[in-house]
Design a protein around this ligand. Structure first.
Ligand code: 5GP
Ligand code: ZN
Length: 118
């Protein structure tokens, strides 16, 4: 595994140096509660290895990406939203309000979502 990126908030959470409500750890991913939830269930799933964003994914990151999706499915099941439904989001860049430069998959659920998003 590559070394954590310096000053990366989510590398700090993965390493346990920064406190978070960790809900699930898989072979390659860590899932934790979003500190500012936008829905009754709002979980972030991140690769344990530092990958900057969905826009910088390379072929060599395929296992991480597959594990993120499997972990999101497991989190949805654990949090009881697998049947009611949920939204999976990768924000990229300024217009999408991407604020943390460590790839993270938002798992949002527990209420009906509007479409299109704001
Ligand atoms: P983005 O806008 O980059 O897609 O999402 C970043 C998410 O990280 C936001 O939903 C924000 O609430 C969450 N976040 C920011 N800082 C922290 C933190 O220190 N701990 C946790 N658990 N979530 C955070
Ligand atoms: Zn990182």
């Amino acid at each position: 595994m590559s070394a954590p990126a310096e000053d990366c908030l989510f590398c700090g959470i993965v390493a346990g140096d920064i406190p978070a409500e960790v809900l699930h750890r898989s072979e390659r991913s860590v899932a934790f509660a979003d500190i500012n939830p936008a829905a009754p269930v709002h979980v972030l799933v991140v690769p344990a290895r530092h990958i900057e964003s969905a826009a910088t994914l390379e072929a060599e990151d395929a296992e991480e990406l597959a594990d993120l999706l499997r972990t999101a499915r497991e989190v949805a099941r654990q949090r009881g939203i697998a049947d009611s439904g949920y939204r999976l989001v990768f924000n990229v860049g300024a217009d999408a309000n991407n604020t943390v430069a460590h790839l993270h998959l938002h798992v949002l659920g527990g209420r009906a979502m509007t479409w299109p998003p704001g």
